[in-house]
Design a protein around this ligand. Structure first.
Ligand SMILES: C[S@@+](CC[C@H](N)C(=O)[O-])C[C@H]1O[C@@H](n2cnc3c(N)ncnc32)[C@H](O)[C@@H]1O
Length: 462
């Protein structure tokens, strides 16, 4: 019956390679302006794209513009509209199906869809096989195709500016995905607390501080028994796997494969790099950390932590991406199996200046193995000296890399949860100290910045 209804209406769908030159320019522009939401379809720079023209009983009734981008390998659905008196979800869906038919290239199809629109809304697209890539308050980024084809787009939509909000729902979803994979490897290879990358040798604060889990209490025969052995330190710095994925996918050149981390630390970056199909080498001074990480990543044959002092170590190969989250002076203590900091471990150096010089020696060695036209990314945070002032480590990083001839290309703010810092504020605001709830991600670039557009994958339409 429904079919009959449609045929009674005599629905015609005409595919145009470009609106310009088709004879439909004015009709599309008039309807676009009348519709309001689709107004951009009136512009010449939009009309150069393709479109489906809808005719009902031989009269122009609507359009849907789209763009096939062969350079990026994607198929973008742009604007759509139907005359108000002719609006009909079934006929509208026929336009979308006709567009899907045009995608004979197996490209992912993408569309930004408003939750408030009567026709162009998530439900209509879902019914035709589109899925949500990322959801915002009143609109959704949707796609048709395979999830991996639009992964980078999802990461771009999540972090579109230099403010990376690590507490957003979308961010946490990706973090959970990686953590589940890590937990799986931990179980499989007998590594406890894999999320914390078995950081038994990594402690924040001194014994007795609340962020070090030092004691468990139980009652036995009416007496409180305290077990004073150290337990999992839930507050050891753990790199955020979502940030790792954005970094590795956005800053790896199209033909690149190799990541080097001069101050390895936890498992996250290696695990994510391996999971994304890249090779990864890290220099890490603690054997216990290397062993735990290597065990967790044994299914990635080209992901390795090497026990070494980075200030004296230069890898043999050249790298396509350098990433590091080095020690932040005296924020954590790094101990090996014997309960001691290995010789050369940066945080055990007695002055900030010694720490900084050794850290920068390590960076110099890493810079020497960068290929031309590649990025060096440092996630770092300043810390306060005994008088309460900052050491100025962020600023020194910028100047150091600039002096080494690299461009200071991005200064990203990685925003953490404010919640726990509010408790700290109660203690510190009287001394006019605002607790820090961000870290910096510095993106330095070695080479000719005008080549970035060609050497790195194009992210397509956002
Ligand atoms: C802040 S941690 C890395 C944090 C990392 N983002 C993570 O999630 O674990 C820095 C690492 O540098 C290591 N380290 C300290 N001094 C070093 C040195 N001279 N050479 C190599 N690694 C060193 C520490 O053992 C620690 O694991």
């Amino acid at each position: 019956m429904e079919q009959l209804e449609l045929f009674k209406k005599n629905v015609e769908l005409i595919n145009l390679e470009s609106v310009i030159g088709s004879g439909y320019e004015t009709q599309v522009a008039e309807l676009a302006l009348l519709d309001g939401v689709a107004y951009r379809a009136a512009r010449a720079n939009m009309q150069k794209h393709s479109a489906i023209i809808l005719k009902i009983n031989n009269e122009f009734a609507g359009f849907f513009t789209y763009e096939i981008n062969h350079k990026v390998g994607e198929f973008c659905l742009l604007q759509s509209a139907m005359y108000p008196e002719k609006k009909d979800k079934k006929i509208y869906s026929l336009m979308i199906s006709k567009i899907i038919e045009q995608n004979t290239f197996d490209y992912p199809m993408i569309m930004t869809v408003s939750k408030k629109h009567d026709l162009e809304n998530p439900k209509v697209f879902k019914d035709l096989g589109f899925k949500i890539n990322l959801e915002k308050n009143d609109f959704c980024y949707m796609y048709y195709g395979k999830e991996e084809q639009v992964r980078v787009k999802r990461l771009c939509h999540m972090a579109m500016t230099n403010l990376w909000l690590s507490t957003s729902g979308e961010w946490l979803k990706i973090k959970r995905e990686w953590n589940e994979k890590l937990e799986e490897m931990g179980l499989k290879y007998g590594i406890p607390n894999p999320k914390f990358a078995s950081r038994e040798g990594c402690w924040q604060g001194k014994a007795g501080m609340s962020n070090v889990v030092l004691s468990k209490q139980k009652v036995e025969d009416g007496e409180i028994i305290t077990d004073k052995t150290k337990d999992l330190n839930g507050n050891a710095s753990v790199l955020d796997p979502t940030a790792c994925e954005i970094i590795v996918r956005m800053f790896m050149p199209t033909t690149g494969v190799r990541v080097y981390n001069p101050f390895g630390g936890g498992v996250q970056m290696g695990f994510v790099a391996g999971g994304c199909g890249y090779e990864y080498t890290a220099s890490e001074i603690r054997q216990n950390q290397c062993d735990a990480n290597n065990a967790l990543c044994q299914e990635f044959p080209n992901v390795k932590w090497i026990k070494s002092d980075t200030s004296k170590f230069t890898p043999k190969q050249k790298y396509d991406l350098i990433f590091s989250c080095p020690p932040y002076y005296k924020v954590e203590t790094y101990l090996d199996y014997d309960g001691k900091a290995p010789e050369g471990e940066l945080n055990s150096l007695s002055t900030y200046e010694q720490f900084r010089d050794m850290l920068f020696e390590g960076y110099k060695n890493a810079i020497s193995v960068m290929k031309d036209n590649t990025f060096f990314i440092v996630m770092t945070g300043d810390s306060r000296n005994k008088d309460g002032g900052y050491y100025g480590s962020d600023a020194e990083h910028e100047l150091f890399f600039k002096e080494q001839g690299l461009h200071i290309y991005n200064k990203i703010i990685y925003l953490e949860s404010e919640f726990t810092r509010r408790a700290t504020a109660k203690k510190t605001l009287n001394s006019r100290k605002y607790p820090k709830c961000e870290q910096r991600i510095y993106v330095f670039y070695k080479g000719d910045t005008s080549k970035i557009k060609d050497l790195f994958p194009n992210v397509g339409r956002l």
